[in-house]
Design a protein around this ligand. Structure first.
Ligand code: DC
Length: 218
């Protein structure tokens, strides 16, 4: 068991990373950093600006001029406006995954995350938290689950929030995001070295938490 300053949780969309990160933050007194929220905010900012997401220069120009804040309670502000709910949509995920392809966008996000993390105990979830943002993190977790299970979870979550989506559509988006996140040339989604891999297929949050609790010194 260890008492880590930095805990990273990586894995594909819908593996349960942010739910687990929030629980760890609550139980062990960590600050939760949701790195995906920053890419989502940038993707959304580009959409508002009417930018073609394939146009690297245009995306960068918007990204460099956005003011993004991650509040301690998990809310996300874009140029001072609360966009927390607006960015948590299937479209928001795809927009985020697209802007996350550009190394310069990743640098903006990584710098911001490293700055927020200074001197704090943090638990961060993302795609490259343990491989690239914090390669020296004392505890690295890689969460995964089958695409069907991840799509089912996302589908249920979206239905609860009132979105009119079909399971097939969500599954298609999950597979598309996996493809984008695993195949980008810069900091792609990978299992980090030294990571504890947990397959959450068929497991409840409680079961996953009890596996993680064995790794952390309270
Ligand atoms: O975790 P999420 O679903 O909010 O992430 C949205 C997208 O942002 C994800 O599909 C890829 C990108 N992302 C990334 O490239 N690196 C991260 N550390 C976090 C998210």
């Amino acid at each position: 068991m260890i008492n880590p300053r930095i805990i990273t949780i990586d894995g594909p969309a819908g593996a349960g990373k942010s739910t687990l990160a929030k629980e760890i933050a609550k139980r062990f007194g960590y600050v939760h950093l949701d790195s995906g929220a920053l890419y989502r905010a940038i993707g959304y900012g580009c959409k508002l600006a009417g930018v073609n997401l394939k146009n690297r220069e245009a995306v960068l120009k918007v990204a460099e001029n956005l003011k993004i804040e991650l509040l301690p309670d998990g809310r996300v502000l874009l140029n001072g406006k609360d966009v927390t709910e607006k960015i948590r949509t299937p479209e928001g995920g795809l927009l985020a995954s697209q802007v996350a392809q550009f190394p310069e966008v990743r640098e903006i996000v990584v710098k911001l995350l490293r700055k927020i993390a200074e001197g704090k105990k943090i638990v961060i979830d993302g795609r490259d938290a343990g491989t690239y943002i914090f390669p020296n993190a004392e505890l690295k977790i890689y969460l995964t689950a089958s695409p069907e299970e991840r799509a089912r979870r996302r589908y249920e979550e979206l239905k609860k929030k009132g979105f009119n989506v079909s399971y097939e559509q969500v599954l298609k988006e999950v597979i598309e995001r996996d493809r984008q996140d695993e195949n980008r040339p810069f900091a792609p989604l990978r299992v980090p070295e030294r990571a504890f891999v947990i397959d959450t297929t068929g497991k409840s949050l409680k079961e996953v938490l009890s596996e993680v609790e064995k790794l952390i010194d309270p």
